[in-house]
Design a protein around this ligand. Structure first.
Ligand SMILES: *Cc1c(COP(=O)(O)O)cnc(C)c1O
Length: 384
């Protein structure tokens, strides 16, 4: 017998009360009952997003919100700057290309944070850029980008700052209204503690001005249509209403804990996981780690498939490897959403036992001890 532990950076574990919501009979999505649910989740989403802007619900995976941002904000032939620092950031460029948008890639080495000065320079060179597309938490490298500083730079220009917060919203501090983030995207299966299937997108008045200036080149992802229906606590097409019911429960959990406490908890989990990994002599991949996951380099002489395979088969702990050019080079442990101290400790314990069986040279117990020290030192003030 083995308990599955989904320590992947999306999908992530779903709490029991949220799972139970998914077993309820389907209700009609235009009923008063359904609209009441939308009223409540609309408020809850604003709180998780920490914004006064509209937050719309899309029935799609997170990439749907990214595509919605692109096709509504930038007209065909328009110019976009892409802060290209990882696999998901590169997706902004791919979406732009698919819609005939001129995507200018501003490259940053994977694992390094985007430099706000470089963004300022790029905006000077490209004053005609309609939008800058960036990432809060680059899940492919485990990097948290300084979106606050970048937002301040973009806010001084006419360009709109669009941020992929799919694995960051609900995991890392993010204050779009104060930080100059105009459009923020999130997905249900990351820190929001739901199965995959819903995406969320917030839009500032500055971004709405761009959106209202042209006819979006998408029908399903028209944000104007989503906005007008959201005013009536409705959606333009049949939403994944069962997931929205579950979302209500997940958002209530976040509200009860308090968004800032949720951020603090994620910070603590990431500090403990990083400390554990480093105590084994392993190297973190990112120079500025994100808080919903920890990425470390595969040590010389071992294969990522051996490590991840044993952790999953022997201990039930699921992790993911690297994507694109990082394939085989890193292991990523997710600790976003419904994750507590013992989840992190059990993942580190599984990692230790795995490395031990693979003959890796280290002192057993060190990772678990390091994580415990972080927790014991910080639990009292960091967790409510
Ligand atoms: C997961 C993820 C995506 C893709 O989301 P899907 O739900 O798979 O479409 C995009 N960006 C980031 C940062 C992610 O973590």
């Amino acid at each position: 017998m083995r308990k599955p532990r989904l320590m992947t950076p999306g999908p992530a574990m779903v709490p029991e009360d949220v799972l139970l919501e998914l077993a309820r009979p389907v209700i009609h999505h235009r009923s008063d009952e359904a609209k009441q649910v939308i009223v409540e989740v609309a408020e809850g989403l604003k709180e998780v997003f920490q914004t006064q802007n509209d937050v719309m619900i899309l029935t799609s995976s997170g990439t749907g919100a990214m595509e919605a941002a692109v096709v509504n904000v930038v007209p065909p032939g328009g110019k976009a700057l892409i802060l290209n620092a990882g696999h998901f950031a590169a997706r902004w460029g791919a979406i732009c290309k698919a819609f005939g948008i001129n995507a200018v890639m501003i490259d940053t080495e994977w694992g390094k944070p985007v430099d706000p000065d470089q963004v300022a320079e790029a905006l000077k060179q490209h004053p005609d850029a309609v939008a800058v597309f960036g990432t809060l938490s680059e899940t492919s490298t485990g990097t948290g980008h300084p979106v606050e500083a970048i937002g301040r730079v973009v806010a001084k220009t006419d360009a709109v700052f669009v941020v992929d917060g799919i694995s960051g919203v609900g995991a890392m501090e993010c204050r779009p209204d104060d930080w100059g983030i105009d459009v923020l995207c999130a997905g249900s299966q990351k820190a929001l503690m739901l199965p995959p299937g819903l995406a969320f997108i917030s839009v500032s008045p500055k971004a709405w001005a761009k959106i209202d200036a042209f006819e979006s080149h998408s029908y399903y992802f028209s944000l104007k249509a989503a906005r007008s229906k959201a005013k009536e606590s409705d959606t333009p097409y049949t939403p994944a209403h069962t997931l929205i019911l579950a979302l209500r429960t997940a958002l209530r959990r976040i509200k009860d804990e308090g968004v800032e406490n949720v951020w603090k908890r994620h910070k603590l989990m990431s500090e403990a996981c990083q400390a554990g990994v480093q105590a084994l002599g392993l190297e973190l991949f990112s120079a500025r780690p994100a808080e919903g996951l920890t990425a470390f380099r595969v040590p010389d002489g071992l294969k990522d498939s051996q490590i991840r395979g044993k952790m999953a088969d022997r201990f039930g702990v699921q992790t993911v490897g690297g994507q694109a050019k990082l394939k085989g080079k890193i292991v990523r442990i997710g600790h976003m959403g419904y994750t507590d101290e013992l989840d992190v400790i059990s993942a580190l314990a599984a990692l230790e036992m795995t490395l031990s069986e693979l003959g890796f040279d280290f002192e057993p117990g060190k990772a678990v001890t390091a994580a415990q020290q972080v927790f014991l030192g910080k639990t009292a003030d960091a967790l409510a």
